[in-house]
Design a binder for this molecule. Sequence first.
Ligand code: SF4
Length: 468
Amino acid sequence: MGQTIIEKLWEAHSIADLGDGNQLIYIDRVFFHERTGSIALQGLEAAGRTVRNPEQVFGCMDHIVDTIPGRTDDTMVPGGSAFITTTRKAAHAAGVNLFDLGDDRQGIVHVVSPEQGIALPGLTLVCPDSHTCTQGALGALAWGIGSTECEHAMATKTLAVKKPKTMRVRFTGQPGYGVTAKDMILHLIGRHTASGGVGYAIEFAGEAVRALPMEARFTLCNMAVEFGAWSCIIAPDQTTYAYLAGRPYAPKGHTWEQALAYWQTLPSDDDASFDKETVIDCSALVPQVTWGTSPQHETGIDGIVPDPADEPDTNHRQSIERALEYMDLEPGTQLAGLPIDSAFIGSCTNSRLSDLRNAAAILKGHKVADGIKAICVPGSGQVKKAAEAEGLDKIFTAAGFEWREPGCSMCFYAGGDNLGLGKRTVSSTNRNFENRQGPGTKTHLASPTTVAASAIKGCLTDVRTLEP
Ligand code: SF4
């Protein structure tokens, strides 16, 4: 019987069966950010322990930092600057790598790690952040952990982990114009619910995945956790290798050749079997948008707000009723044309260069509608620099978008910067939970191109009506 890529990586990193349902897994690389990683570093210090391999530990300042140009360690988040200064001090004391403010590699951890070639096929990689699954797009076994586990992984390079079941989701067909990786993953979650992946490590496969450029694969994997998955992975291929070649931390020369030979053994064997298989046909997909307070509350942009009365399951019906109350929406409302107050492009889901290029292609020659607050936050200093070299910043600002410094920004509300309390926003982020982007903020998740089109029109808009 052949093995899946997940089983191959699991076996390669398994040290011992702990006899309690867990296995001791070797961890190649550990990431952290200032919101949770600082707690782990301080915990180690307080316990008098050290980081076992500091050169394999990487930190980013991303969650709490201001994204206003000219920023300093000060932040609008109450008490936020203490996270920044504490993390800096603890990281320096531990001797780990830190992409600090002022470093042009700084940015959102899940953008920086692949961009620097730190995440690689075949590695195990953890971070105290739920969207660590993003990095599975490169063929790494990457998953989110808690601060205590992070402390353990830093000190020992191991973690006790329960082996997940395996699922393969095959995306078939060719998506049409305006349909992106964001639409593919939102549709999966909408069709199979936000708990459809619970307990599974998922391999995303199929011709529609193979056809995705690398950065779109990060978007797809980023939201696996919104599907409830333990993590996800895409088998490495020529797209992966072309993306990684020459990246600062990627292997070079003879080591690259050795690594490549190993990476080519990783894809699932033809006769491998999965605990569960699902197929999503992308050929008839339209751009997707959420209407409620879970990523599973989504439909095509040509759809309507559902009627809870049509839902036979009591729990689901009550959850839809509550979502509609929070979102201030009536059943039957057409989503295309729903007025918005703000538009946000950013986050570890959709803030890479190709995301900004695609949004800029829609915005070019247009202005955002009157009264719309529109913000673009590049995912990293490298993304920002590359975008500015192409003049994308000029397109965004000419259209009326603010052009910010890298960070998580208004992907989540930490008590500071916000998109307007109680306002309705269309956002390229990954979570539309109540109050996620600010108290009362009504978030509609969508792709960056749908966000750009909606900003221009002042309402949720089918990007296919604004073909550049
Ligand atoms: S961008 Fe948002 S989802 Fe991504 S790591 Fe930052 S806060 Fe989390």
